[in-house]
Design a binder for this molecule. Structure first.
Ligand SMILES: [Zn+2]
Length: 269
């Protein structure tokens, strides 16, 4: 687990063992020690983190309701007496001690607040959680990737969310995804856009860190725009590579590129 800081708040990033490289986050107000927990996977390290810093959990917020993102909800809530917040479309998918948060709502913890931005695509109930300079993106945006569509996802919705909500965030916004898939995602990025020097450099950096057992530092929206193929559906090189890989593919629109990238990534090792 690692700790990062912002102005008036701290961020704990906790990677669960025995998971699909899941990240859970603890975000707290440094003045009052009130905190929120985002997507608790393994509750034990989350509760240890909270206890070690003397934090008080006000809310657990789930970016979406896939089992690995809500796994720690009940144990965390039981111990801390907070509340679980989900998008209305996720109500009923989590335990009864929950309430709903909608697009545009802000959740206060101490003197800090986090804003909800509705982001369907990976699942219908997916939300982004935003602070100035920070975006907790769940399974919508990863380092050099986006969420899959295998369990309730809709390609058109994800394309819309990426194109209008994610791409519109300021370039300096740090990205806090729900999983670490960085290495595989960057190998895919280099495969579909071999001329992208930023993707190659980032892959080399991430591989070097991984060899030392370290996770990548959080990236920014501006960095993602340089090498994340799913934010680069306008790249002529990507379109050319996709046509080479699948001669039957017709292309012809940014959405066609986006959905072909998603299809290829699903079957890509
Ligand atoms: Zn998911």
């Amino acid at each position: 687990m690692e700790t990062f800081s912002g102005e008036g708040y701290g961020i704990g990033r906790i990677k669960s063992e025995h998971s699909d490289n899941n990240y859970s986050y603890v975000v707290w107000c440094t003045k009052t020690s009130d905190c929120i927990v985002i997507d608790p996977n393994d509750p034990v390290p989350v509760l240890n983190y909270v206890r070690d810093r003397g934090l008080s959990v006000k809310y657990v917020i789930d970016t979406h309701c896939h089992p690995d993102h809500i796994l720690g909800n009940d144990p965390v809530i039981k111990v801390t007496l907070g509340k679980i917040l989900v998008h209305p479309l996720g109500f009923g998918l989590v335990s009864p001690r929950s309430a709903t948060v909608k697009d545009g709502e802000a959740v206060k913890f101490g003197e800090q607040e986090i804003r909800v931005s509705y982001a369907p695509g990976h699942t219908p109930e997916h939300i982004l959680l935003l602070m100035d300079g920070e975006a907790f993106t769940g399974d919508t945006l990863f380092l050099s990737g986006v969420g899959n569509l295998k369990h309730g996802g809709v390609a058109e919705d994800l394309f819309e969310t990426i194109g209008t909500k994610v791409s519109a965030l300021p370039d300096g916004t740090r990205v806090w995804p729900g999983h670490d898939y960085a290495e595989a995602n960057l190998r895919f990025a280099v495969d579909v856009e071999p001329g992208n020097k930023d993707a190659r450099k980032k892959l080399a950096d991430v591989t070097k860190l991984a060899k030392k057992g370290k996770d990548p530092e959080p990236t920014t929206i501006g960095e993602e725009k340089k090498y994340n193929p799913f934010l680069r559906y306008g790249s002529p090189e990507i379109e050319k590579e996709l046509a080479k890989k699948n001669p039957e593919w017709k292309g012809g629109s940014p959405f066609a590129v986006f959905s072909e990238l998603r299809r290829l990534r699903d079957g890509w090792k």
